[in-house]
Design a protein around this ligand. Structure first.
Ligand SMILES: *[C@@H]1O[C@H](CO)[C@@H](O)[C@H](O)[C@H]1NC(C)=O
Length: 294
């Protein structure tokens, strides 16, 4: 009936904390009229994922997908599932949260905190084959998206630091046995929704801009151009490279841009902060994207 997501820097002590927590929860289940039968830990090793899968995003993505599939498979009414992995992407924690909500499970997050110096030290002293390559560890520290008690999918959030002797098991027990049980989808409803016509605006604005960029570049093959596009006459200025630009190139960029932003629309939010779905904002973002990728 519960899911506990652990998040923390690489080599910050997450697995030790996961086992501490499991022991404490197991003890509470023994001899009590507990709503659970068992506590299970799901970690990268159980899935045969080596730490090297964080070296490259093309390895990391399927690894994350495998983890998510395993979470869905192991979520069960009589189980407390502890997900012991980096879980450093906000959107991924949101995905886990939604899966748990679908099954009417209580959720909480345990944030294991250690400073980067200590993580590097702990990593270097590892003998278990679970060490991270130097650059990988540094990359993950930079990319880490800290959990926040302000967002529903991370809340309630419990923090345990490297100075703490023990995990806050009593509070976590309270959260997974008595915490608010929201109906499925409440997670989806809770985040700011994109307006209903966002998809339409996205498609239409980018199509109009792509053809405007195409004809502008044909007319004046180089230099900073101010082009006018979209039905309502929104102006977007773009600096094109001094070479011939093909239609297929632009169409490919348009498709990529639309795919990325469609996801944000369907999810009802973007990875970072608020989104402005107005025509003008979409146009500016698209021009930026094209400029960056041409
Ligand atoms: C982590 O430990 C491994 C093995 O000792 C080492 O090769 C690697 O450079 C370490 N990473 C960092 C960031 O220190």
């Amino acid at each position: 009936m519960a899911l506990i997501t652990i998040a923390g820097f690489p080599a910050s002590g997450k697995s030790s904390r996961a086992h501490q927590l499991k022991a404490a929860l197991d003890a509470r289940i023994q001899g009590h009229d507990a709503p659970f039968k068992r506590v299970a830990i799901l970690d990268d090793n159980a899935l045969g994922l080596s730490r090297a899968c964080y070296d490259e995003s093309k390895l990391e993505k399927p690894a994350r997908a495998a983890l998510f599939t395993a979470i869905q498979r192991q979520l069960a009414p009589d189980t407390v599932l502890i997900v012991d992995s980096l879980n450093y992407i906000k959107g991924f924690r949101y995905q886990i949260y939604c899966a748990a909500r679908e099954m009417k499970l209580r959720t909480c997050t345990m944030f294991v905190v250690a400073n980067p110096e200590l993580c590097r030290q702990w990593n270097s002293s590892r003998q278990d084959g679970n060490a991270y390559a130097e650059q990988t560890l540094d990359n993950l520290l930079v990319r880490f998206e800290e959990p926040s008690s302000m967002v529903r999918w991370d809340a309630p959030l419990f923090t345990v630091t490297s100075d703490d002797d023990d995990v806050p098991a009593a509070q976590i027990w309270e959260a997974i046995t008595k915490g608010n049980l929201k109906p499925p989808n409440s997670g989806t409803l809770a985040v700011a929704k994109a307006p209903a016509d966002a998809l339409h605006v996205l498609e239409q604005t980018t199509t109009a801009l792509a053809s405007a960029i195409m004809s502008a570049s044909a007319a004046q093959p180089t230099g900073g151009l101010t082009i006018v596009a979209t039905s309502s006459g929104i102006k977007a200025s773009i600096t094109l490279p001094a070479r011939h630009i093909t239609l297929s190139e632009l169409q490919r960029l348009k498709r990529q841009f639309v795919t990325v932003h469609k996801k944000a629309i369907t999810l009802g939010t973007t990875e970072r902060g608020g989104v402005d779905w107005s025509e003008e904002s979409v146009a500016n973002k698209f021009v930026e994207y094209v400029q960056e990728h041409l």
